[in-house]
Design a protein around this ligand. Structure first.
Ligand code: V4E
Length: 197
């Protein structure tokens, strides 16, 4: 199963429409700390290593071809030993942060998100408000296999149109954070092809 998600920005009126039509699921706050080295070795490959509250996660683009990467779908590895193997650090260490540090992988971004989750017509709608003054809406649906990703993406766009959302590319929280706080890192990711300008 693959989580397909698309990001949108919301006006007050659009937010009110979602609150009226969709079913409220939950409201949660979490803090993400992202790690990389001074050469941006992970994020240059579009790999995102984070600690969400106390759990480590590695997000990597699905598939190998540039075409698939464009679809912007990520695999999420959540088992610390698998993450260690993937990024080439020692496994079975009790202090994973220390192990990362030994490999020059240090925190470069810390952000707290308050996420309000809704459902409607089989879609999940997340409204994320970040502590650095940025907010986003994400619409998600599960694809049963890679061959379904494009179809599900179209369904998400149709659903967004029904909600009256504007279909345009919106920077994710990581991209917006780096744009605001670390232009050198941001420019390196544009140069590597991780970000499109
Ligand atoms: C994958 C990624 C980043 C990590 C944050 O991922 P994102 O899905 O935005 O965060 P979040 O908190 O919604 O995760 P969830 O709770 O859904 O697991 S930061 C940048 N990227 C990649 C990326 C990219 N290459 N280009 C653009 C325009 N945006 C994001």
């Amino acid at each position: 199963m693959i989580e397909v998600e698309k990001k949108f920005s919301l006006t007050e009126d659009q937010l009110k429409k979602i609150e009226k039509l969709a079913k409220f699921v939950s409201k949660k706050t979490f803090t993400d700390v992202y790690f990389d080295d001074a050469n941006y070795s992970l994020t240059k490959k579009d790999w995102w290593l984070r600690q969400r509250d106390d759990k480590f996660e590695l997000k990597i683009p699905i598939g190998l071809s540039a075409e698939r990467r464009k679809l912007n779908v990520y695999d999420e590895i959540t088992e610390t030993n698998k993450i260690a193997e993937k990024i080439g650090v020692q496994k079975n260490k009790t202090d994973f942060i220390l192990e990362l540090k030994k490999n020059n992988l240090l925190p470069f971004c810390k952000l707290t998100t308050t996420r309000t989750k809704y459902t409607l017509d089989g879609f999940i709608i997340d409204i994320d408000e970040m502590d650095f003054g940025y907010s986003l809406c994400e619409i998600e649906k599960i694809a049963e296999s890679e061959s379904e990703i494009e179809k599900v993406t179209e369904e998400i766009f149709e659903f967004a149109k029904f909600l009256g959302l504007e279909i345009k590319s919106v920077p994710g929280k990581g991209k917006e954070y780096l744009w605001r706080n670390n232009r050198t890192h941001y420019d390196a990711l544009v140069a590597s092809g991780t970000f499109h300008k």
